[in-house]
Write a protein that binds this ligand. Structure first.
Ligand code: TRP
Length: 339
């Protein structure tokens, strides 16, 4: 396949909206994968501040103030700036231009049918008052992905329809230009793509108030585990309990290094005789162990914000060059007038 990508390693692009600190849901949904893949892939991480504005236009300060928080979270989980390039979306003008071009290859009806967008519009109660930028953010996200010529996009499962929509744009542009201008991308879903909130809600989210942030203190971790939703009918230790939908066990599945021990605990819990307190203590210990090194690394980077700013400036420079190259190619291959 002759694409304009000349990378040796497959290219990853993924990103996060800087609307709050990242949490454990991001960690199991995507961050762990990114850390694991940064050796074998050419990886770009986008801090998607422009996209965050699509539903935060009235709160630019929130978006701005979380840019560095997200950068710190990346570094804290083990994103290595020597291997992965961190890019600020609003610093890459070629993405906005690509997005504007792509807008002509997507219909409003298709955007309104996008399951992710449909769900999000309903959740926010926008109805017809949806900001145009919000309805069109899948197009901008297609520009993000293709602007970096990415073929692998590690995301949570809720984002899969966006990758599909991006590939539709890619196919239209390739068909129109009679060759492969842009590569299609594959969504890389992780083993545990969706971590429930500590309240048992379908998804951990900052806005849902049911998240454990990666920067949580030991006390905050204890409190979160204490509050965690279990089986409401498991009243006495001797009662048989339900494991399905029991958040404590879901988290153990996601984080416990010893899965055989977890299976044993599940069987014991189902039979009766295993109390919530005991399972929670086991989980708390594991979460404390997972989060302690993340918190320490975050603190180390946070003590040198000048360095973090330098990283973001260098990342933006690198991202600008790469996305501009793509934009130039797309314009040429579509057949726009060249000066
Ligand atoms: N939509 C993603 C989210 O809300 C963030 C994002 C922006 C993204 N651009 C991207 C993800 C490109 C993958 C690829 O989390």
């Amino acid at each position: 396949m002759t694409t304009i990508s000349n990378a040796q390693r497959p290219v990853i692009l993924t990103g996060d909206r800087p609307t709050g600190p990242l949490h454990l849901g991001h960690y199991v949904g995507s961050l762990q994968t990114r850390v694991a893949l940064q050796d074998s892939h050419e990886q770009y991480l986008l801090i998607a501040d422009s996209q965050a504005l699509t539903d935060n236009a009235g709160n630019v300060a929130k978006v701005r103030d979380n840019v560095l928080e997200v950068a710190l979270d990346y570094l804290a989980v083990g994103i290595d700036p020597g291997k992965t390039t961190i890019c600020l979306q609003s610093a890459l003008p070629a993405l906005a231009e690509l997005s504007q071009l792509f807008m002509n290859f997507v219909t409003v009806a298709r955007l309104e049918r996008n399951p992710t967008i449909k769900t999000e519009i309903a959740a926010r109660g926008f109805e017809r008052d949806v900001p145009a930028g919000f309805l069109c953010y899948p197009v901008a996200q297609a520009a993000d992905i293709t602007g970096f010529r990415a073929t692998v996009v590690p995301v949570g499962e809720d984002q899969a329809p966006l990758i599909e929509q991006s590939n539709e744009v890619v196919r239209r542009i390739n068909r129109l230009s009679g060759r492969t201008v842009l590569p299609e991308a594959t969504a890389l879903l992780s083993r545990c793509a969706r971590l429930p909130g500590i309240d048992g809600g379908a998804k951990m989210s900052k806005s849902g108030g049911n998240a454990i942030p990666l920067s949580a203190s030991p006390d905050e971790i204890s409190a979160a585990v204490r509050e965690m939703y279990t089986d409401p009918n498991h009243l006495r230790v001797s009662d048989p309990g339900e494991v399905e939908g029991n958040v404590v066990f879901t988290y153990l599945d996601a984080f416990a290094p010893d899965q055989a021990a977890v299976e044993e605990m599940k069987a014991h819990y189902r039979r009766g005789g295993l109390g919530d307190m005991k399972v929670k203590r086991y989980l708390e210990e594991i979460l404390q162990e997972v989060l302690a090194p993340i918190r320490d690394r975050r603190a180390a980077y946070a003590s040198d914000m000048g360095y973090v700013m330098d990283l973001l400036r260098a990342g933006a420079q690198c991202g600008r060059e790469r996305t501009q190259e793509t934009l130039d190619q797309v314009k040429r291959r579509l057949g726009l007038f060249e000066l």
